[in-house]
Ligand binder design. Structure first.
Ligand SMILES: NC(=O)c1ccc[n+]([C@@H]2O[C@H](COP(=O)([O-])OP(=O)(O)OC[C@H]3O[C@@H](n4cnc5c(N)ncnc54)[C@H](OP(=O)(O)O)[C@@H]3O)[C@@H](O)[C@H]2O)c1
Length: 408
């Protein structure tokens, strides 16, 4: 409960507005503030300064503080300043703390038309970086980033194909970036080794790579027939060897909410035909992954993390997820379980290579494996909050916000 006071103290001195708060604490908990704390900054969990502690009454358990916005207003009134803000930590401190290479002003994001990378790019720009958008087709629109926003945000498009190391080196050199975000590019014979080597030789010092939660142990221990974790693990090993374990971060997200878009026709037609409807995913959203990725690209990882698991807040069987989508879109939906053969046909029809389809069918047909026993699940959910300041997005909220994606 807050109560507001306002006072004036002498000519020319406009005393800032003060707030009084009752802080709820349990009997056993430590007090919010103690004698001697006046002048301390009160910060939110995400590190943003909320106000400055001015005093308190221990008998009543109340604390007095000035909101930082009121303090800023007061500084403006007294000094005539038009803008007041807290200076960021000196770059040298931030970077030595994060053990990252030299400060940067530019970053390069490969595949910015992608669901995750488009948010990575926009987040990096919000964090102050000049963002180079490295694309196979520089004319392609980027979802969530209008032409006007692109111009206002100082984004720069540049041509590059991740399967072509020369084009990647040229793009990185032109950008002058020291940091890059990249996807796993399918179709390189060497698990992106030449591409990553080209990035390094072009001046990139730090990479954020979109890997996969299916890697649950040392990447070198992943067997080749575990095709999805294996493909991502080979890129992580190459990053280890080319950049060094301290100079890249592997994002290891869970099952994407966007995977459900494959079923939008069935949802609209009233019948979804799916293999293993009981098989469950966490449905992490591209927004959460992208915001974490863009933050790490600019600010580096926290808590010494180098493998950053990311998950949605609830594990939901896929059949149930489809019924939920139907309900939220106001459609009657029936879920029909299909055979592994029919599922493989579905995968082939939407262009998923047969070995990947085989892997998905094999994994979702077994009751227990790395897809159901998610590695570091709680940490992965908390990581979204850690890097974005907001909890991992609920599946229902994502469907509501993106209902138009399910239009056919
Ligand atoms: N689905 C899951 O549940 C899951 C789980 C864990 C990890 N992952 C990882 O996440 C990835 C998908 O992420 P997403 O949904 O954000 O992808 P997406 O929306 O399909 O976007 C992929 C992006 O990669 C770009 N790209 C592809 N090949 C390229 C190349 N040779 N050179 C340059 N750019 C290239 C595409 O560019 P164009 O516009 O030119 O096509 C596109 O911008 C998967 O491939 C996997 O590695 C997925």
């Amino acid at each position: 409960m807050f109560k507001r006071f306002k006072s004036k103290k002498g000519p020319g001195y406009y005393f800032v507005i003060t707030w009084v708060s009752n802080i709820a604490t349990s009997e056993s908990s430590i007090p919010f503030a103690e004698a001697g704390d006046s002048g301390a900054w009160i910060t939110r969990v995400d590190g943003k300064v909320f106000g400055i502690l001015t005093g308190g009454d221990p008998r009543k358990g109340t604390t007095f503080f000035c909101r930082i916005s009121d303090i800023f207003d007061d500084i403006k009134d007294i000094t005539g300043a038009v803008e007041v803000r807290i200076a960021p930590a000196p770059v040298s401190i931030v970077f030595s703390f994060c053990k990252l290479p030299s400060p940067m002003s530019s970053v390069i994001v490969f595949g910015p038309t992608g669901n995750v990378a488009s948010v990575v790019a926009q987040t990096a720009q919000k964090h102050g970086a000049t963002v180079f958008l490295a694309m196979r087709d520089t004319e392609k629109p980027i979802s969530g980033l209008s032409t006007e926003q692109e111009q206002e945000g100082g984004f720069k498009r540049i041509s590059a194909d991740l399967t072509n190391p020369e084009s990647v080196a040229a793009a990185a050199k032109i950008s002058g970036a020291k940091r890059a975000f990249t996807y796993l590019a399918h179709g390189t014979p060497d698990s992106m080794r030449a591409t990553l080597t080209a990035l390094k030789s072009a001046g990139i010092e730090f990479v954020v790579f979109l890997s996969s939660f299916t890697i649950t142990s040392d990447p070198r221990d992943v067997a080749p027939d575990e095709i999805i974790p294996y493909l991502h693990a080979q890129v992580e090993i190459n990053l280890d060897e080319i950049f060094g374990p301290e100079n890249y971060v592997a994002l290891r997200p869970g099952g994407f909410a966007t995977n459900l878009l494959r079923f939008k026709k069935g949802i609209n037609d009233g019948e979804v035909r799916v293999f293993a409807p009981h098989f469950a995913f966490d449905y992490i959203t591209p927004g959460d992954m992208g915001r974490v990725g863009g933050t790490i690209l600019v600010q580096g990882p926290r808590n010494g993390q180098r493998k950053v698991y990311l998950y949605g807040p609830k594990i939901i069987p896929q059949g149930e997820a489809m019924l939920t989508i139907g309900k939220l879109l106001g459609k009657e939906v029936k879920v029909t379980a299909i055979s592994g053969e029919e599922a493989l046909e579905q995968y082939t029809r939407i262009g998923i290579p047969k070995p990947l389809g085989d892997y998905m069918v094999r994994k979702s047909g077994t009751p227990s494996n790395e897809l159901t026993d998610r590695a570091f699940y709680d940490i992965g959910v908390e990581n979204v909050q850690l890097y974005t300041g907001k909890p991992s997005m609920e599946f229902e909220e994502w469907v509501r916000e993106n209902s138009e994606l399910f239009n056919v």
